[in-house]
Design a protein around this ligand. Structure first.
Ligand SMILES: C[S@@+](CC[C@H](N)C(=O)[O-])C[C@H]1O[C@@H](n2cnc3c(N)ncnc32)[C@H](O)[C@@H]1O
Length: 163
């Protein structure tokens, strides 16, 4: 598959899955954590499909489209390994939904990320909350959910924390 086809499939899967989770998470109050602002595309989509919901965005850089810069209180700068571990006083409540799009494409880096990210996500997600991640995570207290039709196996991972 060409890189263009792969890119299109990745973005299509992101859109389908974000909209799928947005429907489910309407019944779960609490903030949303967007791990990896990047260009701001998925952040922009989340704020459109979940209006009124607090969305806290994490990234080490600000490199997004100017129309997608989060308001100051909601942009958390730094290494996610540090900021996610220490964001509780700032955010207060645990998250209803965590979207993690911080895969690097390098298998070794991604294995390391999976290892430090999994316990942090477990800690920051509330019971009944959802996690959508480009990287597979090790989340024993969660169930891995079926994804909507059309998403290739292994492309994205959808979890819900057991109540
Ligand atoms: C693939 S991009 C996110 C794309 C975004 N979802 C979008 O739709 O535009 C990944 C982003 O995560 C950030 N990132 C990756 N690993 C990180 C880490 N360990 N700490 C902080 N930011 C990180 C990168 O700086 C980059 O902006």
């Amino acid at each position: 598959m060409s890189r263009l086809d792969s890119f299109i499939r990745r973005l299509t899967a992101q859109k389908i899955l974000l909209e799928h989770v947005a429907e489910q998470v309407k019944e779960v109050p609490g903030p949303i954590l967007e791990l990896g602002l990047g260009n701001g595309r998925t952040y922009d989509h989340l704020r459109e499909i979940l209006p009124g919901r607090d969305i806290y965005v994490f990234d080490r850089d600000l490199a997004c489209h100017p129309s997608c810069i989060p308001e100051g209180d909601f942009m958390i700068f730094g290494e996610i390994r540090d900021t996610l571990a220490f964001c509780e006083p700032r955010i207060g409540e645990k998250a209803a939904f965590i979207h993690a799009d911080i895969g690097s494409g390098d298998p070794t880096t991604d294995l390391a990320t999976q290892s430090w990210l999994s316990p942090l996500i477990d800690d920051r997600c509330k019971p009944g909350g959802y996690v959508l991640s480009g990287l597979a995570l090790d989340l024993p207290g969660f169930e891995e959910l079926e994804k909507p039709e059309g998403i290739r196996p292994g492309r994205y991972h959808l979890y819900r924390k057991k109540a």
